[in-house]
Design a binder for this molecule. Structure first.
Ligand code: CS2
Length: 490
């Protein structure tokens, strides 16, 4: 007999199991993008909401491409172990996910058109929406967007599926669902709204577009929980703690935060049970998170990875890099307007503790992915604000220079690695032939269209800082560049 997790009765030991009977609750949410983050965040708060408040709010999850997690979770009736790793490791079984549909656009469309679905949550990454963020329209360079626009009713991408299902619901007289983006993008709800309306206009015409504009809610939300990719150690820990095998186990930190605009015309789970906070305007919380947590994360990921630090915790144990993390946090915090009830110094101190958590193995290479999608809101936006306010810009230039150095796909000792970025091919093309020349590298990447804002490209203080860092990194090595930078801190 297999000892795989398939029912709550399989679970042994000190494991916390749901305080509700999963089968007694119907589905009310579709989640698109079933990574570890969703399972460590929204699914956990939904589990708390079901336990405390009941309701038909279980989740049907969609994996747009990969079948791997779907196969594992479906074999376990949607059950999985959440390991929270702080001073101790605790195990909890989450039962909020009912089932998973993978790489099946027809079944996805049918599910999204089901009147029981009142909320659609999304974690598809910054790049996954197919939205041109400059124009705030569907991205006409995205092959999925183009194919979906050619045949909107058989869409396979995010925008196409949302619009096709909203249309179908409209035809059938069903209420629309609310669309809740949970990705690290500025004003994520408003951005997705623009993308969806733009797609509807192009694919279906003005009438459908203005119906969506009038009838569909796109609340913004800020999500936070550091969740590394699962490893064999995660599965081994789960087996030890729950007494059976769980191929879908995930691990995360104790910290959990979700700030949401309360705009759900067809209702929502009582996510307050899991600690969610409902506010009128998420923007200041989102700025804090993007500029402090995600901004310093990107900076430490590029610089740490380049000097052989595989994990964030290793970066934090490095004398120079940890000083640079502190400098980055302090500089970014100085750009934020005060927010009642939030002390940015305390937030920064808590971040340092979270990054240092020895139980969390968060890979710098994972955070370093998709730089072209992350740097605009994490690094360039605060840099622009710093220049405008005549404040310190160097930490943001340092982060950008380290990203540029990372684009060379080669450590100082010549070891190569792959760039994981939707614009990787273009990056490789524009920098081919720059060799070890700092100015050529900087010029080539500054000239990429729709990436580094013109106000930065044309600013000599910004360009000088970048040249400074790259010159040292390329002539004396990344360790020397980091040491030099840390020694600038007074
Ligand atoms: C990270 C985030 O991978 C990354 O780019 O900065 O995933 C970060 O861990 C989360 O936003 C934390 O909530």
């Amino acid at each position: 007999m297999s000892n795989r997790l398939t029912a709550l009765s399989d679970v042994a030991g000190q494991t916390q199991i749901p305080k509700y009977v999963p089968e007694e609750h119907g589905i009310g949410i579709v989640h698109i993008g079933l990574g570890a983050f969703h399972r460590a965040h929204q699914a956990v708060m939904t589990d708390d909401a079901l336990a405390q408040h009941g309701g038909d709010w279980r989740i049907a999850a969609i994996s747009l491409r990969s079948k791997d997690v779907a196969t594992k979770l479906n074999a376990q009736n949607g059950l999985y172990t959440l390991l929270e790793k702080g001073n101790t490791t605790t195990a909890r079984i989450i039962a909020a996910i009912d089932h998973v549909i993978a790489a099946d656009p027809e079944a996805t469309l049918a599910l999204l058109s089901n009147p029981a679905i009142r909320v659609v949550t999304l974690t598809v990454t910054e790049a996954g929406y197919g939205i041109d963020r400059e124009k705030r329209l569907p991205d006409m360079n995205d092959s999925i967007v183009l194919a979906d626009l050619a045949k909107p009713a058989s869409s396979v991408g995010v925008l196409g599926l949302l619009v096709a299902s909203l249309c179908r619901r409209r035809e059938l007289g069903f209420e629309p669902f609310a669309v809740l983006s949970c990705d690290n993008l500025p004003e994520n709800g408003a951005l997705v709204r623009d993308g969806v309306i733009g797609f509807a206009k192009l694919g279906y015409g003005d009438e459908v577009a203005s119906w969506i504009e009038r009838s569909v809610a796109f609340p913004c939300s800020m999500v936070d929980r550091i969740t590394p990719a699962s490893t064999s150690a995660t599965y081994a820990d789960a087996t030890r703690l729950i007494g059976c095998d769980d191929e879908a186990a995930i691990e995360t930190e104790p910290f959990l935060q979700w700030i949401i605009e309360d705009h759900f015309p067809a209702g929502r789970p009582f996510w307050e049970a899991g600690g969610a906070i409902f506010v009128d305007d998420v923007t200041p919380y989102e700025r804090m998170k993007l500029m402090l947590l995600n901004g310093s994360h990107s900076m430490l990921a590029y610089s740490g990875f380049l000097v052989g630090k595989s994990y964030v915790k290793d970066v934090m144990n490095d004398e120079h890099l940890s000083l640079l993390v502190q400098r980055h946090l302090k500089t970014a915090a100085a750009l934020l307007a005060s927010l009642p009830g939030v002390d940015y110094n305390e937030y920064a101190t808590a971040l340092i503790d979270r990054f240092t958590n020895p139980a969390i193995a968060h890979q710098t290479f994972q955070i370093a992915s998709d730089g072209t999608q992350k740097l605009p809101q994490r690094i360039f936006q605060p840099a622009l604000e710093a220049l405008d306010a005549d404040k310190e810009v160097r930490p943001f230039a340092f982060a950008t220079a380290m990203w540029m150095r990372f684009c060379l796909q080669q450590h100082d000792d010549g070891t190569r690695y792959e760039l994981d970025d939707p614009r990787a091919v273009e990056i490789a093309r524009v920098i081919s032939g720059v060799g070890q020349d700092a100015s050529l590298l900087s010029d080539a990447l500054h000239a990429m269209p729709d990436f580094i804002p013109q106000a930065l490209c044309l600013n000599s203080a910004w360009r000088d800082c970048i040249a400074d860092v790259l010159n040292i990194a390329l002539s004396d090595g990344c360790i020397a560049a980091i040491k030099f930078e840390a020694e600038l801190i007074g």
